[in-house]
Design a protein around this ligand. Structure first.
Ligand SMILES: [Zn+2]
Length: 151
C-alpha cells in the first residue's frame, strides 16, 4: 500500500472529513481547495472520490469565468495587500526655479517680519525673555486656546 493510498484511506474513512468534502463539493469549492481542507493527498483524489461516490458533476470551470460569484478565501492570505499602482501622469518638464536667495540673517531683536518681498524688514524691538518676538508680537503670535474658543 502506497503512502497516498494510506492518506486517502484516512480522509475518506473519516465521516466528518468526507461530509465536509461533500459540502464543499456542493458549494462549488475547487477540488484542490477541498483536498487541502480535508487532508486529501491531491485534487485528483477528491475528484476520484466524488466520481466513485456518484456526487453530482459540477459545471466546467471554463464556463464559470463569467459568473461574478466572489470566492471566499479558505484561509486568510499571509501576503499583505498589493500596494496601489502609481498613477501614471504625463511627464512635464519641471518649471525652473529662480535661484534661492541666501537666508536673511536673524535680527538681534524681534524676528517678526514686516511687509512683503522684496520690501520687508524685521521688527528689531527688544525681545521677551525666551521668545523670538517683542511683547507686542508675542501677543500676536502666541494665541491662547481660551481666546480662540471665545472668538
Ligand atoms: Zn516685534
Amino acid at each position: 500500500m502506497s503512502a497516498h493510498a494510506v492518506t486517502a484511506a484516512v480522509w475518506t474513512a473519516d465521516p466528518t472529513r468526507a461530509a465536509l468534502a461533500r459540502t464543499l463539493w456542493d458549494d462549488g469549492v475547487q477540488a484542490a481547495d477541498i483536498a487541502r481542507r480535508v487532508g486529501a493527498p491531491s485534487k485528483s483524489a477528491v475528484v476520484g472520490y466524488a466520481h466513485r461516490q456518484r456526487w453530482p458533476p459540477r459545471p466546467s470551470p471554463i464556463g464559470r469565468q463569467t459568473e461574478a460569484k466572489p470566492r471566499v478565501p479558505l484561509r486568510p492570505s499571509r501576503k499583505p495587500p498589493a500596494a496601489p499602482k502609481p498613477v501614471l501622469r504625463p511627464k512635464v518638464a519641471p518649471t525652473p526655479r529662480p535661484p534661492a536667495l541666501p537666508p536673511a540673517p536673524l535680527p538681534s531683536g524681534c524676528q517678526y517680519p514686516y511687509g512683503d518681498k522684496p520690501d520687508w524688514r524685521w521688527c528689531h524691538a527688544p525681545v521677551e525673555p525666551g521668545r523670538p518676538y517683542c511683547r507686542v508680537h508675542v501677543a500676536v503670535c502666541y494665541v491662547r486656546r481660551a481666546s480662540l474658543v471665545a472668538a
